[in-house]
Design a protein around this ligand. Structure first.
Ligand SMILES: [Zn+2]
Length: 95
């Protein structure tokens, strides 16, 4: 087994630490914000996935470098709006 490697991703402007991970079974190369992971660990397995949990194709990259799915983003946005609407409706009724 390879020696563990800790990879830290920081914001170049503020120096804020965005992500820090220690890899033991994975080999990670970070190049221009893209992560290339090969190996047998869970990070490597997830890195090979091309689809989100709802089986949509990943189609974007978030601020932290994670791949994103715009369709799931839209679904979550609609769920938030629906919850907010229910909250609004209920606001005056429990007096
Ligand atoms: Zn999705």
């Amino acid at each position: 087994m390879a020696d563990p490697i800790t990879v830290t991703v920081s914001d170049p402007t503020t120096g804020e630490e965005l992500e820090s991970r220690t890899f033991t079974d994975d080999y990670t190369i970070i190049c221009a914000g893209n992560r290339y992971v090969t190996g047998i660990g869970p990070t490597a397995i997830n890195a090979r996935k091309t689809r989100c949990i709802r089986n949509h194709e990943f189609d974007g990259v978030g601020k932290n470098g994670n791949r994103t799915c715009s369709r799931c983003h839209e679904i979550k946005r609609q769920e938030r709006r629906a919850r907010a609407a229910v909250k609004q409706e209920g606001a005056g009724t429990d007096v």
